[in-house]
Design a protein around this ligand. Structure first.
Ligand code: NAD
Ligand code: MG
Ligand code: MG
Ligand code: MG
Ligand code: ZN
Length: 460
């Protein structure tokens, strides 16, 4: 492609985005009929036409873009969808349009917020195909298929390559190293390796595919597996043809640099691999176990073991539910955030805690808030959840309303907790002001809960 062609394309994109931002429906329609691929493209700011229409309150443009199949879930560099933007700028009619489920679910679940809140670590790019896990013949055939994709984990860390050499922390700076069967087949045979089936790549929407693409899509998309091995890490890195590869040492920080798609795959793979590494022996009798069902089951080898009678949850990968809550002051204008000693300087986050056996989510929110801050909580509302693969938590995000306001922290866990006025939260969240406090990164559900609260009532 020549630079002239490239600039003509760029010019057309600029025109298209500008028309969407101005609400010029006829120009948006004309440009799209000439170049349909413009629909999901972003400009320098990382904003799509839909985001610009949502920002400026152009309902008719947003409606047209949705009708033509644009992706309403894509996010800008601040992780905002068009829905977030419409809500933040107070364009409720557009937020309503974007939040509406196409199949009329709104009638069946009146009053429900049907806009799916997508958190980091939650995007599902693979179809897990759980039915295939018991098909040993199919799994074995797929393991040696030349199209199959392997992720390589060492000490539960995936091999990644870093794009930037300046130690940048930005999301997308890290990419997973992908391997083929030939490159890892020796590892599959090692008794100490654990190989799990992740799923099949999801196919793209068939609506716009040409006939040649349709023929191609008849063959099954690539299958993904993950291997965890205790082979020497330096020798493993030599297997990769890419430069700047490593196994990140600090998952809590480093795994936040992946793209949304790759983070979703890692959330699944790391949690299941961590379960295998922690549950080598049968929790019921202490006997040896064997892996089954593509890595989604471990069965005891002791034929007398009680875990073999009926269904035992010890045989399946564990998930630990954790409630995480943004507690709102009874005046509606302050929220409760706390800090642990281990947090980076100045950082305050939502309170959180493990759900205990025999406890509802609402009770867990009330108990943990009261334990950690001394504040009593009344109504609790679920917002969204986030898999947190360190090693296998499910963070259940809630808003809660306080009925008492005096703070008395549990010093064993929390160093300090405070009520933060809405304006201070806005300054930290949107203006990057670190003078009062620092909010956790946007990949955390804590950040998203705070953002949700601010956007919920904003009419700026
Ligand atoms: N993604 C986010 O935004 C975010 C924010 C805050 C916390 N988190 C995660 O939530 C998790 C729980 O939060 P917390 O530490 O405040 O919980 P918490 O307040 O319940 O306190 C943790 C303590 O509970 C005990 N405990 C009870 N059940 C446990 C279990 N199943 N596993 C481990 N420990 C258990 C341990 O003694 C542990 O030290 C942490 O692991 C943290 O990584 C994520
Ligand atoms: Mg806690
Ligand atoms: Mg606690
Ligand atoms: Mg607890
Ligand atoms: Zn057993």
């Amino acid at each position: 492609m020549t630079s002239l062609q490239l600039s003509a394309k760029e010019e057309m994109l600029e025109k298209f985005l500008d028309a969407a931002a101005r609400g010029d429906l006829s120009q948006v329609s004309t440009l799209l009929s000439n170049a349909p691929s413009l629909i999901n493209q972003t400009g320098h700011s990382g904003w799509t036409a839909l985001m610009l229409a949502a920002r400026n309150g152009h309902h008719h443009v947003a409606e047209k873009l949705l009708l033509l199949g644009c992706d309403k879930f894509s996010v800008n560099s601040s992780s905002q969808t068009a829905y977030d933007i419409a809500t933040f700028w107070g364009h409720r009619h557009i937020a309503g349009l974007l939040g509406r489920a196409a199949d009329g679910c709104g009638r069946i679940l009146p009053g429900a917020d049907l806009h799916p809140h997508e958190n980091y670590f939650s995007r599902e790019t693979l179809d897990r195909q759980s039915g295939r896990r018991t098909d040993k013949v199919w799994l074995e055939a797929k393991q040696s298929d030349s199209e199959t994709v392997y992720l390589l984990f060492s000490n539960l860390s995936p091999m990644v390559r870093t794009q930037q050499q300046d130690g940048s922390e930005a999301q997308g700076d890290m990419k997973l190293c992908l391997f083929r069967f030939e490159e890892v087949k020796d590892l599959l045979l090692k008794p100490s390796s654990v190989t799990i089936f992740l799923g099949i790549e999801k196919t793209k929407s068939p609506s716009s595919s040409s006939s040649s693409e349709k023929a191609e899509s008849l063959s099954e998309p690539p299958v993904w597996f993950a291997i965890n091995t205790d082979e020497d890490a330096a020798a493993l890195l030599e297997r990769c043809r890419e430069k700047n590869c490593s196994f990140p040492r600090s998952p809590n920080r480093d795994l936040l640099k992946l793209s949304e798609e790759e983070a979703g795959v890692v959330a699944q793979a790391r949690s299941v691999l961590a379960w295998h590494s922690r549950y080598s022996f049968c929790p019921t009798c202490g006997g040896a176990t064997k892996m089954e069902e593509g890595g989604y089951k471990r069965s005891c080898l002791n034929s007398e073991c009680r875990s073999l009678q009926g269904v035992h949850n010890t045989c399946y990968p564990r998930v630990d539910p954790v409630v995480i809550m943004l507690v709102i002051h009874p005046d509606g204008n302050q929220c409760l955030l706390g800090r642990k000693k281990v947090f980076p300087v100045g950082m305050f986050s939502c309170l959180a805690g493990f759900v205990e056996p025999g406890e509802t989510l609402e009770e867990a929110v009330r108990r943990e808030t009261e334990e950690e801050s001394g504040v009593t909580v009344g109504p609790v509302q679920y917002v969204s959840c986030q898999p947190w693969p360190m090693p296998s938590n499910l963070m259940i995000g809630c808003l809660a309303v306080a009925v008492s306001t005096d703070i008395k922290v549990d010093e064993k866990e929390i160093e300090e907790a405070r009520w933060f006025p809405r304006q201070q939260v806005i300054d930290s969240l949107f203006r990057g002001d670190r003078s009062v406090f620092v909010i956790p990164p946007r990949q955390t559900i804590a950040h998203q809960l705070v953002r949700h609260w601010i956007c919920m009532n904003s009419n700026l």
